[in-house]
Design a protein around this ligand. Structure first.
Ligand SMILES: Nc1ncnc2c1ncn2[C@@H]1O[C@H](COP(=O)(O)OP(=O)(O)OP(=O)(O)O)[C@@H](O)[C@H]1O
Ligand SMILES: [Mg+2]
Length: 442
């Protein structure tokens, strides 16, 4: 007999029934699995959980009695006979006759709020305590659960970290001091270099001023002699006709012409010395430098004056200075930057070349560029030239701090210093300086 074909509806119902049965079987399987593992009821489960917790976990009542505890977390120092029954917590933990000061259990009972604190347990070390309230139906705290974790190792690690941080800070301080000393040394070095250049620049005019004065002195003697001759004519001791011959003999006319030239030249020399001395002031007391309005063109002019001795034999200097606004800055520090760039430019030229100094501005910044037709900077060192102590100069010739100091100074002004360079053609350093330094930097 052909079995009766089931309707689609019947099949769906059977499928649903089968699924339900399957779920029941699965639940049964879980239960029997739990039973096989020994968890017969919730007490058993709680006890197993208790045993797996590595920290101390305890239930304590209002009278400080420990109703249940796993005695973990280092608390196994409490003797077995004390642990039995319902020991009083302060007695069991600290062998004390009264509750501890700032007792967390008492606090949770009083406030009904959880408490977390750290404490020293003389037998264990640093412990972290977390205590929570358990309420009855009327919302009264009936029990406190206490979870105590041994955090001695963590504390030690924290202390070690703290010490490490302290020594890192000390090392940092020491580094800062060394850095300052080095900056100081660099400053001394550049002052030394400057002093030599300036001495030369002052010596030159002083030499011709001295020589001019000694010539003028001789001229004065001859002029005195000629005045003496004139007096003799007045007195009748000398024939007036002889005076013209005397005038010629003493070269009075030549002296008068030449003296004017010598005086003019000496005045120019004195003016040059005066200017150098004035510009030198711009370099003195860099540390006390004030923050003020300054004209970068003027700063460049006086810096060029100071380093002229370094530049003049190597390069033709071209100045293309725009009419730029004054900026708020530390001008003495910027003088140092310009000095470093100019000296580097001169140093990069082997025999003869050009150095061009340009200034310009836009609506926010002024730009100063110093370019040279020197050796150029190879790609592989371009990234490193602003590093402290990076130098390609011979030992004793360069400290390698010039550009690193310049970089710091420009950065302090909220500006930037960039370089483009081609080996064999030359380099161009560009300094951008905003009109004003941001408030927090001043
Ligand atoms: N205009 C330039 N042309 C070619 N190389 C340059 C130029 N400016 C800097 N450099 C390179 O960058 C290096 C670092 O310059 P920096 O001014 O910091 O130190 P330095 O000039 O070597 O020594 P210091 O300035 O202390 O006397 C130089 O040694 C040089 O190799
Ligand atoms: Mg340099």
């Amino acid at each position: 007999m052909c079995p009766q074909r089931k309707t689609k509806q019947q099949l769906l119902m059977e499928l649903r029934a089968l699924r339900k049965r399957n779920e029941e079987l699965e639940a049964f399987a879980n239960e029997s699995q739990l039973a096989r593992m020994g968890f017969q009821g919730s007490d058993e489960l709680l006890r197993k959980v208790f045993k797996t917790i590595p920290d101390l976990f305890a239930f304590i009542d209002r009278d400080f009695r420990i109703l249940l505890s796993n005695w973990h977390g280092g608390y196994d120092y409490v003797p077995e006979e004390v642990r039995k029954g319902t020991p009083i917590c302060y007695k069991a933990y600290y062998n004390s006759d009264k509750p501890c000061d700032h007792c967390h259990v008492a606090e949770v009972f009083k406030t009904g709020k959880p408490v977390t604190r750290e404490k020293m347990n003389p037998r264990i070390g640093h412990v972290e305590i977390r205590a929570y309230p358990i309420f009855d139906e009327s919302n009264n705290v009936i029990l406190v659960t206490e979870n105590i974790r041994d955090i001695t190792k963590r504390k030690q690690a924290e202390e070690a970290l703290e010490k490490a941080r302290d020594s890192a800070e000390q090392a940092n301080e020491a580094l800062k001091t060394t850095h300052k000393q080095l900056l100081h040394q660099e400053k001394m070095a550049s002052i030394g270099q400057l002093a030599a250049g300036v001495a030369h620049e002052i010596n030159n005019p002083m030499a011709f001023i001295t020589s001019n004065f000694s010539t003028l002195n001789k001229y004065m003697e001859r002029l005195s002699a000629f005045i003496g001759d004139q007096d003799a004519v007045f007195r009748g001791d000398l024939n007036p006709d002889d005076l013209a011959a005397k005038r010629k003999e003493l070269k009075v006319d030549k002296i008068l012409n030449d003296a004017a030239r010598l005086i003019e030249e000496s005045l120019e020399g004195a003016e040059r010395v005066r200017k150098i001395v004035q510009d030198l002031k711009g370099f003195s007391r860099v540390d006390e430098a004030e923050y003020k309005y300054a004209d970068m063109n003027q700063c460049l002019e006086s810096t060029i004056n100071i380093v002229w001795n370094e530049l003049k034999y190597k390069a033709k200097l071209v100045k293309e200075l725009d009419d730029i606004p004054q900026i708020q800055c530390w001008p003495r520090q910027l003088n140092q930057v310009f000095m470093n760039l100019l000296v580097n430019a001169a140093n990069s030229i082997e025999k003869q070349g050009n150095i061009v100094v340009k200034t310009s501005s836009d609506e926010r910044n002024v730009y100063i560029t110093v370019s040279d037709t020197g050796s150029g900077i190879p790609d592989e060192i371009r990234e490193r030239i602003f590093e402290p102590f990076f130098t390609t100069k011979e030992v004793g010739k360069g400290t390698g701090l010039g550009l690193s100091i310049s970089y710091d100074i420009v950065k302090k002004h909220g500006g930037e210093i960039t370089v483009v360079s081609e080996v064999g053609k030359g380099s161009l350093f560009r300094v951008r300086l905003p009109f004003k330094v941001s408030e927090e930097m001043v």
